[in-house]
Structures are given as structure tokens and as C-alpha cells.
Design a protein around this ligand. Structure first.
Ligand code: FAD
Ligand code: UDP
Length: 395
């Protein structure tokens, strides 16, 4: 079998590369994925209750990059949304991320920004350059709010103390003194109007040189295919047979429950409207239960359907048969990754991109940006009329 570019992984990283290589350069791309669908972790589908759900946990598209948004807008219209969530602690729902509304819930009376800022100034631990996820939160809000909302959640999610995790992990969560309830900070916040799967299908249908092969591990196919370049978006340690040791990942287990309209009537008072189970698209459970959050994505997709589905998200150890959902951002792991990164940089004819191949806790838009950048980088070499030497697995 011959192709110009062999692409391992049909997630955002692989499909953006395939679309660019096919449409800009007219190359043939063979995209392989182990899974039975395209889209990687951003895959969505209608479940048996007819509810559009995000199969691998909620995927809230957001971006500060007009380049990325403009690129994706060729393949989808957008449904603007502001992604509001709640945190459930001490038997009640709280506004989250922490803002003036949360502060009023804490003190049990109306307040203003000035009073909240004075409270934070009094409570915060002065740390000029936070070195880890505990420091990044206590330096902004102090111990009480850290322990109420962050410590337990982080221990559950990562099975590590926030002190062991890079500051960027909890630092993702904004802390505000106004009443802005949005979970995310980016300027563009919207979902693909017809869902992620439609977006991916549109990309593929617009790319005549792209062939997709699902349920296929690239290692099985490698001896049978010839190609000029490889784009690899799987786990970087696996590519090199874990020769420096396995990189740690965190996995998840999802449990879905669906409800029909009549069984939802009793939830209307809690959800605040008919046809929903909980008051927001996502409710975090920092201190109780084994799950970290319950997601009812219908709040964000605004699907018009009487049924609803909720998804419980349970953190899980990574191992055989599990998906490597999250790289674990610790100092030790980034040292181990640096060894693989050096090897990857020295591997001619292979682009390592995406969340797993670069072992980075990237959002979707960052992965799209990385793929667009990589395409621009390899385009001149691939444009050479003479095909480069075929890549042969050396492992
Ligand atoms: P992936 O989507 O992981 O795709 C890689 C693909 O490679 C997979 O389909 C895999 O099956 C395939 N593969 C691996 N090894 C092989 C092999 N040996 N052979 C063949 N195929 C292989 N981002 C946001 O912007 N907003 C969010 O709200 C958000 N929420 C998230 C929630 C969860 C629970 C998770 C896990 C991630 C979330 N993300 C979110 C991040 C988002 O999923 C990633 O940024 C994005 O999907 C990464 O795309 P990718 O192509 O790099 O990787
Ligand atoms: N986090 C927390 N409490 C929360 C929400 C998040 O402590 O209520 C911490 C936790 O460590 C989590 C990180 O912040 O892993 C990032 O949260 P986010 O919701 O962005 O995680 P993701 O959607 O990527 O799983």
C-alpha cells in the first residue's frame, strides 16, 4: 500500500494535518485510528435516548486565536455559549469559578467588589511566583476557598496532592471579583453548531486525498505501507516502546444515565427549568463522592428534546484497556518527557503533534493551532518534487 503521508490518530491533530496536506498540497493521506470513529476525544454522538452527548467528557470549544477559529469556520457554523457551571459542596450549589456571587454565598448576604477584594487581600497567602497548583490557588484566595473547592477535587482527579502538580493545572481556573459566571476565559466560546462529529465529517468530505481507516493500530499496518512522511498523534512513549520508562497518564470512566420527560418533573425545582436534571451544564463535586463532576451537556448544546442525559465522570488509573486521557503535569514527568522529546526531534520524517505526542495538557484550539503550524513547517520539504526516502520503522 502506498500513500504520501501516513497519519496516526484521527483526532483534531490528525484531521487538521490531513485536510491541509490534501487540500493545499494535493497529497494523499492515509489516516489511521484504533477507535471505531473519527474525532479522537472530541467525538460526540446521539445516545439511545436521542441526546447528543460528548462521548469522552465535555468538550467546551474556546479560543483566543482568530487563525484557529477562522480555519475551523470553513467546516462548521457555531453555537455561541457561555459555559456556566456550579460546584456542589456542603450540601449546596455554589457559583464557580469563584467570583462575587460565590463570595455572597459564603458570607450569606449581598456584597460588592470592594469588600470581596479586601477579603481576598486579607486571606491570600503572599507568594510572588507560585510553583505548584496549591500555591497558585492559595496565593489568590487563601486556604478556606482552596480547601472547599480545589484540594479534594484535585486529589480525586489526579491522585496527587496539588503541591505535586504544575501551577498551570489549577491555574487554568479563573478567579474573578466581578459577577462574570463563565467557566472559561477565552474570547471565543462556542460549540460546533451541528456537533463535533459533523465538523469532522465536513473536514473529511472536503478533502479528496484523505482516506480513513478505523479500528486499526498503526503498528499492525506499518510493515505493509509505504509513505513519504508520518504524522504521529498517539502517545509519544509508546512510539519509542517506552525505552526510558512509561509516561504516566490519568484515565477516566464515564457512567451515563438518561431520563425521560415524566421522570424529570421532580427535578424541575433543582434544575430551574423543565427537561433538565441539574441547574447547569456541569456540576463539580470537590469533596464528596468518587466522581469529580456530572455533565448534562444539553444545557450547552441547547438540543430541543424532551429527554436528557447526565454523565458521571470518575477519575481512574491508566493501564491496559484504558484510554490515556490526561498527561500528568509534574516536574518529574516533564523531565521524563524531555528525553522522549529529544528522540522525537531527532526522528527524521515524522511529525509528533497533539496532546499525547507532545505530552501536554492542551485544549482543542491549541492542538489545531499546533497542527496548522506543523503543516506550514513541513510544507516546503514535502513540496520537493522528488519523494523523500521512505520511512522505515527502526524499532
Ligand atoms: P486525541 O483526540 O486523543 O486523538 C488521538 C487519536 O490517536 C485517538 O483517537 C487515538 O485512538 C489515536 N491513537 C493513539 N494511538 C494509536 C495507535 N497506536 N494507532 C492508531 N491510532 C492511535 N479541550 C478543550 O478545548 N475543551 C474542553 O472542554 C476539553 N475537555 C476535555 C475533557 C476531557 C475528559 C479530555 C480527556 C480532554 C478534554 N479536552 C478539552 C482536550 C481535547 O480532548 C484535546 O485537546 C484534543 O482532543 C486533542 O486532540 P489530539 O488529536 O491531539 O488527540
Ligand atoms: N479543579 C478543582 N476544582 C474544580 C475544578 C477544577 O480543583 O472544581 C482543578 C483540578 O485539578 C482540575 C483542574 O483544576 O484537574 C483543571 O480543571 P478543568 O475543569 O479545566 O479540567 P478538565 O476539564 O481539563 O478536566
Amino acid at each position: 500500500m502506498n500513500t504520501d503521508v501516513l497519519i496516526v490518530g484521527a483526532g483534531f491533530a490528525g484531521l487538521v494535518m490531513a485536510e491541509r496536506l490534501s487540500n493545499v498540497m494535493g497529497l494523499r493521506c492515509l489516516v489511521l485510528d484504533k477507535r471505531a470513529h473519527v474525532g479522537g476525544n472530541a467525538h460526540d454522538a446521539y445516545n439511545e435516548a436521542g441526546v447528543l452527548t460528548h462521548v469522552y467528557g465535555p468538550h467546551y470549544f474556546r479560543s483566543n486565536s482568530s487563525k484557529v477559529v477562522d480555519y475551523l469556520s470553513q467546516f462548521t457554523a457555531w453555537l455561541p455559549t457561555s459555559y456556566e457551571i456550579r460546584s456542589f459542596a456542603e450540601g449546596r450549589y455554589w457559583h464557580f469559578p469563584i467570583n462575587l456571587n460565590t463570595f455572597e454565598e459564603l458570607i450569606g448576604r449581598p456584597s460588592d467588589e470592594e469588600e470581596f477584594k479586601a477579603y481576598l487581600e486579607h486571606k491570600r497567602v503572599p507568594i510572588s511566583k507560585p510553583q505548584n497548583s496549591e500555591e497558585v490557588i492559595v496565593s489568590q484566595v487563601g486556604w478556606e476557598l482552596y480547601e472547599k473547592f480545589f484540594k479534594g477535587y484535585t486529589l480525586k482527579q489526579w491522585k496527587k496532592h496539588p503541591r505535586e502538580l504544575d501551577a498551570s493545572v489549577c491555574g487554568r481556573i479563573p478567579i474573578r471579583t466581578n459577577r462574570d459566571n463563565r467557566y472559561l476565559q477565552e474570547t471565543f466560546q462556542a460549540l460546533p453548531a451541528a456537533g463535533y462529529h459533523r465538523l469532522f465529517q465536513n473536514m473529511i468530505e472536503a478533502s479528496p486525498g484523505v482516506q480513513i481507516m478505523l479500528r486499526t493500530d498503526y503498528r499492525e499496518l506499518l510493515p505493509h505501507v509505504k509513505f513519504r512522511h508520518m504524522v504521529y498523534t498517539g502517545p509519544v512513549d509508546e512510539f519509542f516502546d517506552c525505552r526510558f520508562g512509561a509516561l504516566p497518564y490519568r484515565s477516566l470512566r464515564f457512567e451515563t444515565q438518561s431520563f425521560e420527560a415524566d421522570t424529570l418533573a421532580s427535578r424541575a425545582a433543582i434544575a430551574g427549568k423543565q427537561g433538565f436534571w441539574q441547574p447547569a451544564m456541569q456540576v463539580n463535586y470537590p469533596n464528596e463522592h468518587d466522581f469529580t463532576r456530572i455533565v448534562e451537556i444539553k444545557h450547552a448544546t441547547r438540543q430541543r428534546c424532551e429527554n436528557t442525559s447526565i454523565v458521571y465522570e470518575y477519575p481512574d488509573d491508566y493501564g491496559p484497556g484504558k484510554e490515556p486521557y490526561y498527561p500528568v503535569p509534574t516536574a518529574e514527568n516533564s523531565r521524563l518527557y524531555a528525553q522522549y522529546a529529544e528522540l522525537a526531534a531527532a526522528t527524521a520524517g515524522v511529525s509528533f503533534i497533539g496532546r499525547l505526542a507532545t505530552y501536554r495538557y492542551y485544549n482543542m484550539d491549541q492542538v489545531v493551532g499546533m497542527a496548522l503550524h506543523e503543516f506550514e513547517k513541513i510544507e516546503p520539504a514535502l513540496s520537493a518534487t522528488q519523494p523523500r526516502a521512505l520511512y522505515h520503522a527502526t524499532r
